[in-house]
Design a protein around this ligand. Structure first.
Ligand code: ATP
Ligand code: MG
Length: 395
């Protein structure tokens, strides 16, 4: 971060500095809106609220400010995901900017601190804090709310569920008490909430048109808000679809993948899921597979088309998604590439690739013995042995 006098001042009062990206984007602006929220996930009512506030108050820019650690204990997706998802949603709008001010550190985020830092950094700007009516009605619970009220302007957007009469009474009382004009912006009522979207995704419902497409894509690709694999159900299904031997092999690969995940610092749950489901389409044909809600289609490589023994891997990735509800792209890729591998495999992909080769139930020949010996210290060497075997068997 470049040397910046205002940031020195901000540090002196115990706050963390504002990033160069924010400074570059916001310096010289006359009217800045700050729109705080958990954005867990961001949705269309947020986008509409920001745009209506911008237009009504002639703001030069609305800064979306995903909260880092919320003051009120709330289970939220990681800050990194919420930040990236909000950025994806706002990328196409030049009037919107997304700040990492609150997500870039692990202290509890208070709007007062954020606004204080921003008023220091941008002393010539008129700063307006934008919030929904439901949030504003609870302002007396916010840290330093009285100071915050006198520090910045407030813009309240209407929200279904909050009667305007009650909102107006409350606003008038605040205005009188603090001698402060508060703007109200009436926006077209959208009965959308992040909580509702989370429960829809968890049961596999579509959320298109409730959220910007880019944010839907981000959430789905990163497996956000999905229910984790329901293990007993998944096992029962596998047992039905696979031979007894193949089922036992799947359990063994899952265990072996977890063991390797522990060694190589990879998420053990993901390793278990991918190991368990890697052969879930073994012996099946591509016919009759339902396309899933993201229109995820199987694309076979030329090689796979010519080797029927390998298609259960790409097929398995689709089946893991559609039948078993797996949404994590890393897990799906580990299943997708467990037979023939690919260039630049992720560690999870290598783990499942190797676990499939060396799980204890497999007959030990020379190549497998060497792979077993190598796996714990040099996973690439173990993977190479399987690739060599593949080249030999599929040539
Ligand atoms: P959750 O259901 O998790 O509380 P949310 O939909 O309320 O999520 P937040 O991230 O909590 O979204 O909200 C950020 C800001 O956007 C808040 O000030 C909130 O009042 C406002 N807001 C959220 N949804 C709407 C909506 N449908 N209409 C108007 N304002 C909204
Ligand atoms: Mg809320």
């Amino acid at each position: 971060m470049k040397k910046n006098k205002a940031n020195d001042e901000i540090s002196t009062i115990g706050l963390h500095p504002i990033s160069d990206v924010d400074i570059k984007r916001l310096s010289d602006l006359k009217r800045i809106g700050i729109f705080g929220g958990t954005f867990n996930p961001i949705h269309n009512a947020h986008m509409l609220a920001a745009e209506c506030a911008r237009a009504a108050l002639r703001l030069s820019c609305v800064v979306f400010m995903p909260v880092g650690v919320p003051p009120v204990k709330k289970m939220v997706e990681t800050a990194a995901h919420r930040l990236a998802m909000t950025k994806a949603a706002c990328a196409s709008n030049a009037d919107f900017h997304v700040s990492d001010y609150e997500t870039s550190n692990d202290q509890i985020s208070y709007s007062y601190n954020t606004c204080l830092a921003f008023t220091h950094q941008f002393p010539d700007a008129d700063i307006t804090f934008i919030c929904g009516a439901d949030a504003f009605m609870k302002i007396a619970k916010w840290r330093n709310y009285e100071e915050l009220l006198s520090l910045v302007n407030f813009c309240i957007v209407t929200r279904p569920g909050i009667m305007e009469g009650a909102l107006d009474d409350f606003t008038t009382r605040i205005e009188k008490k603090y001698g402060k004009k508060i703007s109200k912006v009436r926006i077209p009522a959208l009965e959308i909430s992040s909580a509702d979207i989370r429960s829809r995704i968890a049961v596999g419902e579509k959320v298109r048109y409730l959220m910007p497409d880019e944010a839907v894509l981000y959430a789905i690709n990163n497996g956000l808000y999905m229910r984790k694999l329901q293990e007993p159900r998944a096992k029962a299904r596998l047992k039905k679809d696979l031979s007894q031997n193949r089922y036992e092999h799947s359990l063994a690969v899952a265990e072996e993948a977890v063991r390797l995940a522990r060694i190589y610092g990879v998420d053990e749950d993901l390793a278990y899921e991918a190991g368990l489901l890697h052969d879930c389409a073994k012996g099946m044909s591509p016919d009759g597979l339902p396309p899933d809600e993201a229109g995820y289609n199987i694309e076979f490589t030329e090689y796979e088309k010519s080797k029927p023994a390998t298609i259960h891997a790409p097929l398995g990735a689709v089946r893991a998604r559609t039948v078993y509800g797996v949404r994590d792209a890393q897990v799906l890729n580990a299943i997708r590439y467990h037979t023939i591998g690919r260039e630049n495999m992720s560690m999870l992909e290598k783990i499942v690739f190797v676990a499939d080769y060396i799980e204890p139930g497999r007959y030990e020949d020379e190549s497998i013995r060497s792979a077993r010996l190598a796996a714990d210290t040099d996973i690439d060497a173990a993977a190479e042995l399987k690739k060599r075997r593949n080249r030999f068997e599929h040539s």
